[in-house]
Write a protein that binds this ligand. Structure first.
Ligand SMILES: NC(=O)c1ccc[n+]([C@@H]2O[C@H](COP(=O)([O-])OP(=O)(O)OC[C@H]3O[C@@H](n4cnc5c(N)ncnc54)[C@H](O)[C@@H]3O)[C@@H](O)[C@H]2O)c1
Length: 327
């Protein structure tokens, strides 16, 4: 049995990852700000091999209580997530990503633990040449545009990851997720927010033209890719895109959610003007498409759940969880 630490383990992706780890019999410690008690299906305390350590990844002393000498592997997910947060509190975004990741990497090195770091498609910025392979360029806007704080801070964290690997031999792997969605996601992202609004009888928002594209990845597929990366010796020192390669416009995704949810009072969308709401602090990414063939080839990763099926599962879950719809 391995002892595994998951930072941000009570978050959206983290809670699905922790479920998988506990179910396969690992000993798991979550390190997070807060214990998510709203969803009774994630009552991890019923597992004898589960432990929760509360704290902030920017606080190395708190982290030391979680990443103890017997830890074999650390999945580092803790991060400030959500475009509204990148725009409203970029200082915190940068602190958690840069200071937090440095703490996790140094402590893991001291403890002899392997690390998997969850990064993001945002690191590629607005590079117009899609699909993006792992070593493609990063194309970003001005530092006066706060939304790039997340991309830049995650890229800084990746630089630290590779430097720790190259300089100290830390066994570490980066996975870059592309628009992950599914049950329990905070309803502030295009899929989760649309489902939340539709099931509450409100029209989903359509951001600007709705022609922006994303490659939506169901959470189980993201978790599977993360576990495959963690289990592969050849993945040490490597980075993998983990994302669907099917490009969908925001308009089509939202329309699909309306159709699948099939709520009588909701048949169209409400326009949302990002320039009016966020001003110059925001800039959208017109197309976001991964080349995920490296993960397919080297990890054996496959996308199992397409958008239609993933929407259906997420909508079914939301309907069965009234607490979520009230949140
Ligand atoms: N969901 C996506 O579409 C997506 C896409 C790309 C990358 N990612 C990455 O995947 C990871 C998980 O994302 P998520 O969607 O589950 O986000 P989330 O916001 O649901 O979860 C993040 C968790 O980290 C915790 N956390 C935040 N700051 C912390 C701190 N300073 N100290 C301790 N805990 C802290 C939060 O309490 C939360 O439980 C993140 O690293 C994110 O950057 C997610």
């Amino acid at each position: 049995m391995s002892h595994i630490v998951v930072t941000g383990g009570y978050g959206f992706v983290g809670s699905h990852l922790v479920t998988e780890l506990l179910e396969r019999g690992d000993r798991v410690t979550i390190f997070d700000f807060a214990k998510n008690t709203r969803d009774t299906s994630i009552d991890f305390d019923r597992y004898p091999n589960f432990r929760f350590v509360q704290g902030d990844v920017t606080d190395v002393t708190a982290l030391e209580a979680a990443i103890t000498p017997d830890v074999d592997m650390v999945f580092h997910l803790a991060s400030v997530v959500g475009v509204n947060k990148y725009v409203e509190d970029p200082l915190r975004v940068v602190d958690v990503s840069v200071t937090g990741t440095r703490n996790v990497l140094e402590l893991s090195h001291r403890r002899g633990a392997r690390v998997v770091f969850t990064s993001t498609s945002e690191v590629y910025g607005k590079n117009p040449d899609t699909p993006w392979a792992e070593d493609d360029d990063r194309v970003l806007g001005s530092t006066r545009t706060a939304r790039w704080s997340y991309s830049t801070s995650k890229a800084m964290a990746e630089h630290m990851v590779f430097a720790m690997h190259d300089t100290y031999g830390l066994p570490v792997t980066v996975v870059r997720f592309f628009n992950v969605y599914g049950p329990r996601q905070n309803p502030i992202f295009v899929i989760s927010k649309s489902i939340h609004r539709i099931l509450n009888g409100r029209e989903p928002l359509l951001y600007d033209t709705g022609d922006q594209t994303r490659c939506f990845t169901y959470v189980d597929d993201a978790v599977a890719g993360t576990l495959l990366a963690a289990g592969s010796d050849a993945a040490v020192g490597e980075v993998f895109n983990i994302g669907s390669m099917t490009e969908t416009t925001m308009r089509d995704a939202v329309d699909m959610a309306i159709k699948i949810a099939n709520v009588d009072s909701v048949s169209s969308t409400t326009a949302f003007d990002t320039a009016e709401r966020y001003g110059a602090r925001y800039e959208d990414i017109p197309r976001r498409v991964p080349d995920s063939t490296k993960a397919q080839r080297e990890l054996g990763w496959r996308l199992n759940v397409d958008l239609e099926e993933g929407l259906r599962r997420t909508i079914d879950w939301a309907r069965a969880n009234p607490w979520y719809l009230k949140s």
